[in-house]
Design a protein around this ligand. Sequence first.
Ligand code: SAH
Ligand code: SF4
Length: 436
Amino acid sequence: MNVADTEIVISLLQDSGYSHCSKMEEADILLINTCSIRENAEQRVWGRLDIFRREKRNRPGALVGVIGCMAERLKERLLEREKMIDLVVGPDAYRQLPRLIEEAGTGQKGVNVLLSQEETYADITPVRLSKNGVSAFIAIMRGCNNLCSYCVVPYTRGEERSRDPRSIVAEAEDLAARGFREITLLGQNVDSYSYSSGSRKVDFSTLLEMVAKVDRGVRIRFSTNHPKDISEKLLQTMAGHPNICRHIHLPLQSGSSRILSLMKRSYTREAYIGKVKLIRRLLPDCAISTDIITGFCTESDSDHTETLTLMEWAGFDFAYMFAYSERPGTYAAGNLPDDVPETVKKRRLREIIELQGDLSLRSKRALMGSCVEVLVEGVSKRSQNHLFGRNSYNQVVVFPSAGESPGDYLNVTIEGYTSATLTGRRTGTANSTGSQ
Ligand code: SAH
Ligand code: SF4
């Protein structure tokens, strides 16, 4: 989401006559787009600001700006703590950046952290940062209304709003015309996408179908689904369109119904299991990945075991796993004790990561000998003679190069795997996108 926002910011600044440069030493304005989701994300930003401070000491004329979620969360406190910061701009105020930069150039501090109920940047064509020219993001909505008790997003990114579907389809058409071959639709909870114009209401399934029909040779991904909202209609839409990738990211967070209730996730362990069964029934050939938070307030060893058993049962293909990080201003920070000791959080996280390591290997092993369609993204980091790309399940596949180019679809027979990648051999050219 931050990459997508950065692309919007660059577009807005280019329209005002600025240009994006790749080296910090050459820049007149240093902007850092920030994330507040966990304490360590913010720590990394403070570390980067130390580097900016050194740079500014050498070039006092350069402007430094903090944009995004940390700007929204800390507001003027950022300016107090870090005197060299000239700009603090929240996620809904990027249109004001050119004006604020001008103000900052005259020595005033440029601050705008107002959240909006309407801003979707629908009319801005993002400047694509993707180096390979193959995959691009389209943000279909902003903000979130779910108020999960641990999460800072509703406070830093504001209320949920959905973008006009016509602007989304137009952006997808433009990407297809420029040779992009993969589009990922982004939202904090794509299942609650909803746009009304006159008597017509467009929900996420309808939007997904509209985007999938733009070009059959462009494959479509989306993230993130919410277990409480993912619908049969969405799964049927996926089943009806081979160019919609067979991958669903369905964050579990915890396998214990008691913890899920404290997290205000609005589903139980059983309901989550029901959603996985529904996916398996309607889309038997679909990867499922997840997010897990370990060590949430009051989590006991038996709650933790419930997470492990559910992971094992679901056999997730991939997972992002985190230790709980209390975020100021959230419901949990004000009302629930962050009482799982750091050492216990770390141990549980290790156990979860270890189990997921096995599950991810199992998911790759299951593909041995089968043929998958791969969209080539570029040259492998490890070897100049190999290319890499992804299959429909979002797994990285590495194979010997025979002169193919980024953007080509190939059939690859899987012959091996490591913890991070599948390896294989090319067995043909795919015409467009298939469902493997
Ligand atoms: N909207 C998405 C997730 C956005 S944040 C959803 O609801 O699934 C991405 C992930 O960060 C979350 O799924 C959660 O696993 C993790 N996360 C969010 N807040 C966190 C916190 N306070 N501590 C640890 N992990 C957190
Ligand atoms: Fe945060 Fe929950 Fe919204 Fe995801 S759905 S962004 S976890 S509040």
